[in-house]
Design a protein around this ligand. Structure first.
Ligand code: FAD
Ligand code: NAD
Length: 405
């Protein structure tokens, strides 16, 4: 009898968690499991702000997929998914295609620019390991070039971060530590450097605890970060950004580096495949399957689940993506074994911790607020836990964060 075939798209938190759980729960004779990912490695998306600022080497952020996937149980295909042909149960890849009986879509997020002019062309986004490397190298190039020019262009040393959500703030925390090092390396006067965060909402980290937000803002301001809140970015040019000023006016802020950290969406492959979605995110059924597609599970940043308590979607996080991976693996195992009942997914939010560089942070964990070294310790434990959940203790030893003071 032909074995059912499970295809998992994306080896991030959701996809890899599903894979490692399936390789434990299913016998080799029960199903064929295929994992498809763009790269031969997994990267920790939650560490990309560090690679972008240059405070962590790109190699520290990634590990080989072969180090966590059992090749006797899972076929790995290194390729890029292009389109899901739902009627034919086939995924078109850049270099071929793969058929499925059950599909797991865990392709992560893309930057959402909301149609704002010039952002796609002139701004960077912290989206994957290569974009992180590009940001790091671009900033270093600006510092390296500054002193070689006869006419000094101060805007080379200006960096604008668009959006003071968690990504923007975590990146600023790293940058604030990296700038003094860059100044020393490239003989640049620290006072010439300008790091500015532009946020449309009236506060940094909208919706987060105000006391913790104040801690983060004053911490980053002391390190030289300027905040321009209540100010929406309206455009981006090769010279910098355009922001709204009052009702009808606009203002230009010159900066050689613009990082757009003001929005994410799910994968555009979902829309290209005709699956109903809102900005690439599918409002899934309780068992994590896409409505009208009983053979497709959607996880992580591509999936949308409403928090009924506040009638708003849960934020797309690694914490939730990994929990979804666990439930998805259970539900796939049940389907393969022809069990009728599938588990309904309920997120179990243990807290949120936002780093402010290597040795400071703010957060709420298990209902308790924390700041400073305690919060930073908690953040590193969360990062290590993700490694442990997917790669076990040996991955924590290889890639874990132990610089805990
Ligand atoms: P990802 O983990 O991003 O994985 C997607 C995978 O799909 C990648 O391996 C990618 O290469 C692959 N892929 C993409 N497109 C294709 C394609 N077409 N074909 C083949 N493969 C493809 N969340 C938290 O809970 N805590 C945090 O501290 C935190 N910090 C963050 C810091 C930063 C800088 C950022 C950007 C996000 C952070 N998040 C955090 C959010 C979290 O990273 C995401 O919610 C999480 O990564 C989503 O998991 P995922 O499995 O959906 O996607
Ligand atoms: P976000 O959507 O959470 O924040 C984007 C910010 O940009 C918002 O504050 C918004 O008001 C602002 N903004 C939107 N349009 C703007 C404009 N035109 N001009 C200026 N500002 C504008 O996005 P994010 O910070 O990338 O986070 C994405 C997801 O990843 C979230 O779910 C977040 O919880 C998660 N994340 C979590 C952590 C953590 O837990 N430590 C870290 C990073 C990201």
């Amino acid at each position: 009898m032909r074995k059912p075939k499970i295809v998992i798209l994306g080896a991030g938190y959701g996809g890899l968690m599903t894979t490692v759980r399936l390789q434990k729960s299913l016998g080799v004779n029960e199903a064929d499991v295929v994992l498809v990912n763009k790269n031969g490695y997994h990267y920790e998306t939650t560490w990309l702000h560090e690679a972008s600022a240059g405070t962590l080497q790109p190699d520290r952020v990634r590990y080989e997929i072969s180090s966590v996937v059992d090749k006797n149980k899972v076929d790995f295909i290194q390729d890029t998914a292009v389109e899901i042909k739902t009627a034919e149960k086939v995924v078109k890849l850049e270099n071929g295609e793969v058929s499925y009986d059950y599909l797991v879509v865990a392709l992560g997020a893309e930057s959402e620019t909301f149609g704002i002019q010039g952002l796609k062309e002139h701004a960077f986004s912290i989206s994957n390991l290569n974009s992180a490397r590009q940001i790091r190298e671009h900033i270093e190039y600006q510092f390296a070039t500054y002193n070689t020019e006869e006419e000094k262009k101060d805007e080379r040393l200006s960096i604008v971060v668009g959006g003071a959500g968690f990504t923007g703030i975590e990146f600023l925390g790293e940058l604030a530590n990296r700038i003094p090092e860059l100044c020393k390396e490239y003989d640049v006067d620290f006072h010439k450097v300008r790091v500015m965060c532009v946020e449309a909402a009236p506060t940094v980290l909208p919706g987060f605890d105000p006391e913790l937000v104040n801690y983060a803002v004053s911490y980053l301001e002391k390190k030289g970060v300027e905040f321009k809140i209540g100010t929406a970015i309206k455009g981006c040019t090769p010279e910098g950004i355009i922001v709204a000023k009052g009702e009808n006016e606009v203002e230009e802020i010159k900066a050689a580096t613009v990082i757009w950290a003001a929005g994410v969406r799910g994968s555009s492959i979902i829309e290209a495949s005709g699956i109903e979605a809102m900005r690439g995110r599918v409002k899934v059924n309780p068992d994590l399957r896409a409505p009208d597609h009983d053979d497709i599970f959607i996880l992580g940043d591509c999936c949308l689940i409403i928090n009924e308590e506040i009638n708003r979607p849960y934020p797309p996080t690694a914490q939730i993506a990994m929990q979804e991976g666990e439930v998805c693996a259970k539900n796939l195992t049940a389907l393969i074994r022809n069990e009728e009942k599938l588990e309904a997914f309920t997120p179990d939010i243990k807290g949120t911790v936002c780093s402010l560089g290597e040795d400071d942070a703010i957060g709420v964990a298990f209902g308790r607020k924390m700041v400073g070294k305690k919060a930073s310790f908690m953040k590193k434990m969360i990062d290590n836990r993700a490694l442990y959940m997917i790669g076990g203790p040996s991955m924590v030893v290889k890639k874990g964060k132990f610089n805990i003071l």
